[in-house]
Design a protein around this ligand. Sequence first.
Ligand code: NAD
Ligand code: UDP
Length: 337
Amino acid sequence: MKVLVTGGMGYIGSHTCIQLLEAGMTPVIFDNLYNSKVSVNERIQRVTGQSVEFVEGDIRNKALLVDTMKRHNIDSVIHFAGLKAVGESVAKPLEYFDNNVSGTLVLVDAMRDAGVTSLVFSSSATVYGDPASVPITEDFPTSATNPYGRSKLMVEECLTDFHAANPQWSITLLRYFNPVGSHPSGDLGEDPQGIPNNLMPFVSQVAVGRREFLSVFGDDYPTPDGTGVRDYIHVMDLADGHIAALNKVGQQAGLHIFNLGTGNGSSVLDMVKAFEQASGKTVAYKIAPRRPGDIAECWADSSKAETILQWKATRSLQQMCEDTWHWQSENPKGYPE
Ligand code: NAD
Ligand code: UDP
């Protein structure tokens, strides 16, 4: 199976390419390198012993997409490409709608022209807004609390309408919870540019000495220790979820929606403790005010994916922290240019 992986040089895309190769599939990466480096591909090769075709391009370039899909006889598309920083999306909503929403529409239009009718889309638990209860099942109501979340929700809605008109397509919406961790080799990992927005990259940069302390955003939430609770999932488990989706429903007409999470909630302080244990380093932190727009707690009911995709997250919190530390300590400045 040949799979076009948009955003394949990025954090989740690169780990998924490795698992595609391990599963005997052939990824072709399509990425504009806006938030990634071309050296990622050398790391994929180092880990798998296989080279991956890379096309440098923007998903808003329809002609290049059609040409790439035809030239490589693509069977399915996994669509990771997009912008993902919540705070930035508030300041630059147009850029987010252009990249994430218009970009996806161009991609689907290009797929139609190239005769490719199987799509897996990277959605997010953010589409559940502030959920009324936990754990969250796929039929919970959706809403958006910021432009990034709205862009994911809009894409889900556009793809739902598109599927209603084109029921022979296979369209899978994967709603990720909180991806963390890295490839166990330590050769690949998350490499945010500038100050990390997400918890675990920040924690690991404090541990490695790049930042002085972590600001814990709020300790007065209605949670066991007062800090925010999330469903952290190892990026390798998440990557495997994409392979399961391709294998089980990727050739099956339908609109398929799955949560990809572990079903367990961990607080910010749980994560700090687990990371300290895995790294042997102290993670200095200070309690800071709540971050606007944050919710108290969020974790998945992933039983639908378990039943239909026969997929389940298996890697522990300890493993997530050990692998993050392996990557961070061996690559303190991230990927080379
Ligand atoms: P990432 O930034 O590491 O990877 C995205 C990749 O897409 C980058 O390599 C970037 O260069 C590329 N890209 C961006 N805009 C592009 C464009 N217009 N044309 C071509 N390439 C483009 O992000 P990630 O963490 O790997 O996330 C991948 C997907 O998963 C995103 O759609 C994101 O919204 C979604 N997601 C991520 C998380 C998370 O916490 N990381 C959670 C839920 C959903
Ligand atoms: N968080 C924090 N300090 C940081 C970054 C995040 O305390 O520097 C908290 C945040 O308030 C939330 C949890 O860590 O409770 C996960 O945040 P992240 O941004 O990684 O994911 P999301 O908010 O999208 O679930």
